[in-house]
Design a protein. Structure first.
Length: 44
């Protein structure tokens, strides 16, 4: 792997450090909606 690519990957890692928080927030929002959807489908 070229050094430039490695450096680019490290910069991207540094930039996307807050990405897990976004994913966790999306999951926390999607989980209740998903449960509601499953309950709605199971009822009908």
């Amino acid at each position: 792997m070229p050094t430039s690519m490695l450096r680019h990957y490290q910069v991207r890692l540094r930039r996307s450090r807050r990405l897990p928080y976004r994913i966790a927030r999306l999951l926390l929002l999607a989980l209740p909606l998903g449960l509601l959807l499953v309950a709605y489908i199971a009822r009908h």
